[in-house]
Design a protein around this ligand. Structure first.
Ligand SMILES: Cc1cc2nc3c(=O)[nH]c(=O)nc-3n(C[C@H](O)[C@H](O)[C@H](O)COP(=O)(O)OP(=O)(O)OC[C@H]3O[C@@H](n4cnc5c(N)ncnc54)[C@H](O)[C@@H]3O)c2cc1C
Length: 473
């Protein structure tokens, strides 16, 4: 059973306000420099070695993956951990995440199924622990157990959803097919026509990414006083340093610090991981990790009262959009202008009463610009499912916010979790695309177990980089 450490509400709150998360500093594109291996006493870094600190594990990247790995190690071992980020938590994909921790759109029997099941269990345990400590998980994590609906509007989709319910039930989940009349009782404002219906998974949950990250960071920070935790933000990793004696990676060089790692380095830099690795192992023989940033827009309407949702909703087309293999995967040299925009309707209401509408997917590099035409498409798509929205115009009278994030996309649709070939003390945890929030806690557990030499709860083989992409051993 996992536990977390904090004492009183007031100490929690004061920590919250002292260390509250800053929003991303700028909306300009963040391009991280490639990590390069340097010899330890290379002259260009000798001055920086003054800012040396020593840790057991150094985690590069403070998104949901990096922060939960740090958390798991702090709670389940005696190791000390440092986390470094080019910016601040939530400035990557995590800050754009809609927050669904859902099984309804995942497929039993796939490589990620067991990881998703384990992760969902761990999220539920975490929410229960928060409650046991006398706190409200809704307030602390934005936690809601509303169930999820995967929605279809045609006969073919109906058949597909009925089959999905069967498969999910056989895999041990509570799942039910709702034809349009029953669906109407669950979601009176949703319109799917007479041929529509939905797969309903009542135990699916959602969280708020900002609240959850803030909580995890606060828990991690309680270990600062014990000398077991340190954070280095706005301090990008620029290279890894190798020992002169045996060539093993022994430190992460950031812009301002040399962070020595006695036991392991974890690279959890989401969509930036591919370029970071370019010069990682040896010149010209870096592991190929074809992670691509898959940009997403999310529309948040603050305190929106025109419709009320009882569950989280997703249109069935989302599944294809999530997994599409693109021409550019076949030819990685293809132009970035090959944007392949797709939009599928997702709708949730968060604990603050905001309506959160998603989402778009496109390949267009690391641009953080808001494309108003995409926002309008998201709005119009939602209007096809919720006729009440059609009478509302998306103008400045609505209190709205658009979140942009870059999902870390890998062409075979599953993350890489595990050591780099020939560099056993450097671990990768990246490529979770649209499921990083859902999969975070089981990913963190797996990485921690690998570092600690424990047996893993879920089979790690499907997530190894070995043999997955060209030129990897
Ligand atoms: C619109 C949208 C909606 C989504 N909705 C959901 C959802 O509902 N449920 C779900 O499960 N998932 C969802 N996702 C996906 C999820 O957000 C991601 O899979 C997840 O956040 C990835 O986490 P990460 O930690 O790997 O990456 P990130 O959050 O991107 O973190 C990577 C970090 O690495 C840092 N970094 C980069 N370069 C360096 C460097 N050189 N040195 C140090 N640090 C560096 C970055 O600053 C960043 O903070 C959504 C994504 C988007 C875009």
């Amino acid at each position: 059973m996992e536990s977390f450490a904090f004492s009183t509400t007031s100490s929690l709150q004061s920590r919250f306000f002292v260390k509250s998360l800053q929003p991303p500093r700028s909306i300009s594109a963040v391009r991280s420099p490639s990590i390069q291996i340097r010899r330890r006493r290379s002259s260009s870094f000798s001055a920086l070695a003054l800012h040396r600190s020593d840790h057991d594990v150094v985690v590069v990247g403070a998104g949901i993956i990096g922060l939960t790995i740090a958390r798991h190690l702090l709670l389940n071992s005696d190791l000390s951990v440092a986390v470094t980020d080019a910016r601040v938590p939530c400035s990557g994909a995590t800050g754009a995440g809609q927050g669904y921790i859902w099984m309804v759109h995942k497929a039993p029997g796939t490589d990620t199924w067991d990881l998703a099941v384990r992760s969902k269990d761990l999220w539920e345990e975490l929410a229960a622990d928060v409650e046991r400590e006398g706190y409200d998980p809704a307030e602390i994590l934005g936690w809601k157990k509303t169930g999820s609906l995967l929605i279809g509007r045609s006969r073919e989709e109906q058949a597909m959803l009925q089959e999905r319910v069967k498969v999910l039930s056989e895999a041990g989940l509570r799942a039910q097919y709702l034809p349009s009349n029953l669906l109407h009782l669950e979601e009176p404002e949703l319109e799917v026509g007479t041929e529509g219906g939905a797969a309903f998974v009542p135990d699916d949950c959602q969280l708020d990414a900002y609240k959850t990250v803030s909580f995890i960071e606060k828990v991690n920070s309680t270990y600062c006083l014990k000398g077991r935790y340190a954070e280095f933000f706005n301090d990008p990793a620029v290279c890894l340093l190798r020992s002169d004696k045996n060539g093993a990676v022994e430190a992460v060089q950031t812009s301002n610090h040399t962070l020595y790692a006695r036991k392991a380095v974890v690279v959890a830099t989401g969509a930036w991981t591919g370029s970071l690795l370019q010069n990682l192992v040896k010149p010209n023989s870096a592991p190929q990790l074809p992670v691509r940033p898959r940009k997403g827009h999310l529309l948040v309407l603050e305190n929106f009262r025109n419709i009320r949702l009882n569950h989280g909703l997703m249109e069935v087309g989302y599944i294809d959009h999530q997994t599409t293999t693109t021409l550019s995967d076949i030819n990685l040299e293809a132009s970035e202008s090959d944007q392949e925009l797709s939009i599928s309707m997702t709708a949730t209401q968060d604990v603050m009463g905001n309506l959160v509408l998603g989402s778009s997917r496109q390949f267009c590099g690391f641009s953080r610009e808001i494309d108003e035409s995409i926002v309008e498409c998201i709005w119009n798509r939602a209007g096809e499912f919720f006729p009440n929205l059609k009478s509302v115009s998306l103008d400045s009278s609505l209190n709205q916010q658009v979140r942009i994030g870059h999902r870390p996309y890998l062409p075979d649709g599953k993350p890489v979790i595990g050591p780099i070939p020939d560099t056993p003390n450097v671990f990768l945890a990246a490529g979770h695309e649209g499921s990083g929030l859902s999969l975070a806690l089981a990913t963190a557990e797996m990485v921690s177990d690998m570092i600690l030499g424990n047996p893993t709860n879920v089979d790690p083989m499907p997530f190894s980089i070995h043999g997955r992409f060209s030129s990897n051993l």
